[in-house]
Design a binder for this molecule. Sequence first.
Ligand SMILES: [Zn+2]
Length: 168
Amino acid sequence: MQERTSQRGQSRELGFVDLAAAGILFVLVGQFGLPGEETSMSKDAQERMVLTEEAKKKFDECVAALAACGFGPDGPSVETTFAEIEGFGHELGKMLARALDEKLTSQHAAHFEGTAACPCCGTTCPVAENAATRDVQTTDGMIPLREPIGHCPVCNRDFFPSAYRVED
Ligand SMILES: [Zn+2]
């Protein structure tokens, strides 16, 4: 009986991990696109997006707060056009996309801290957190990208294991 309960707990956890992975994939595919894929998201892709109950609640609260920032607590005035509403929503959507890109790339970059092989000579080199950021253009605007930096004492060069860029 106990075993069954824990199994169910496990499968729920696995399900959550799958959803989280799918969500990240969704965000990345949504931002960077797949080759040959249209830039606008298909209805299927929209339906794959699953939020937890907690996230849904926070999302709704966030929408309410942002709507009030744009049009006040009582909403848009009678003379507001649909284009104004749509334009505001679109800008805020891009802001959210940039924030997600920044958070997820920063979390992703952490995997590369520690040591990495130099892309030029293969020497195992220390990789440290990088205080500097690089501005990267996304479909939703510029985001600061934080990349861990490696230094090869043999080549006397810095490199970026998460992107394999080399700097002299
Ligand atoms: Zn090297």
